[in-house]
Design a binder for this molecule. Sequence first.
Ligand code: ADP
Length: 374
Amino acid sequence: MTPEMWLAAAIGVVVGATVMALVLALAKRRANDDGGGTVIPHRTREVLSALQSGSIIVRRDRRAAFSNHTASALGVTRPDGALHPGVADLAEAAWAAEQVVEDEVEVSRGVLGVSTIVHVRVTPLNGDLALAIANDNTEMRAAEQTRREFAVNVSHELKTPVGALSLLAETIEGNADDTEMVEDFAKKIRREARRLTKLVQEIIEISRIQGGESVIDHEVVPLAEVVEEVVEGAQISAEARKVTVVADISAAPTVMGDHDLLVMALRNLVDNAINYSDLGSHVTVTLSREPDTDVAVLKVIDAGIGISKENQERIFERFFRADPARSRETGGTGLGLSIVKHVVLQHSGVVEVWSKPTVGSTFTVRLTIHQEEQ
Ligand code: ADP
């Protein structure tokens, strides 16, 4: 759990305890029984309605004597007082144990089969009432799942270069007298080591960017400088592949953000454009301003191998490679575009791809232009 989650949980417990005390006091002065139901005093309703969490007063007949808007928005109660069976079961467990009981219940929403995970904490109030406090845990669970999957992917990805290094070293050991072979394999070891370094660096970067809290520096960044820096830095790898990389700057917009992260994102796009182009091809990086808007547009255009429609949907996923062999040959990690996506998101921008196999690809990044204070 992040500190914010702990804080939210702590506030929930304190608010819950206060509400419970109030409900207990007021429930003792229960007005009358409305045919199996319970009349909840006005003041108690007011307090429960004001809570950010879903709050429900549960009756023995597995129905709600009261529930606030959040509880129905979460889908744990219905307007007619019907309760999600999971919540009713928890209330029964709380009465039986005579103590607080908590768990998560899955609430299915609509016809699309989407469900939410709701954390419910039930406190028995007296013989026939219980207070349930409900909070949406769906995002937290999804984030945990992503982290778990990421850890599995990372260990898998690290195994490949490490395994290759060990095999190469073994081969050198067995052929120590063959100078030519030793040289050749030493080169391969260097290449794998470079790949491993890049992979580790990118894993650190992506963990940092995805870490939940914003990591970006807020400074005014002239995008033309970002483009120039990236295009200049790309010349050596471009020359090695006989690819020309040029900048076409037709505007000078600035954005509020992190210079280094923007350079990293654009560099990833340009590196890909070079790596997935044929020898002698051209790559253009354009910077312009969308007419009549405050939107800066960066485009990285290549005339390379292109990406099929179905793969275009997946290329921003971590570790996805359309052609693992080619990506491996160019030292790819499958993390580059995932980093781009997160950096752009952190800058409240969007990134899109247009591509056609054998024709080429264009990656477009749109960012909001920073307005200088008057
Ligand atoms: P990698 O390190 O493998 O390049 P990326 O996340 O940067 O990882 O890209 C994911 C995949 O998307 C690549 O493996 C490649 O198949 C495809 N791809 C990315 N950019 C381009 C491009 N400009 N042209 C063709 N394919 C591309």
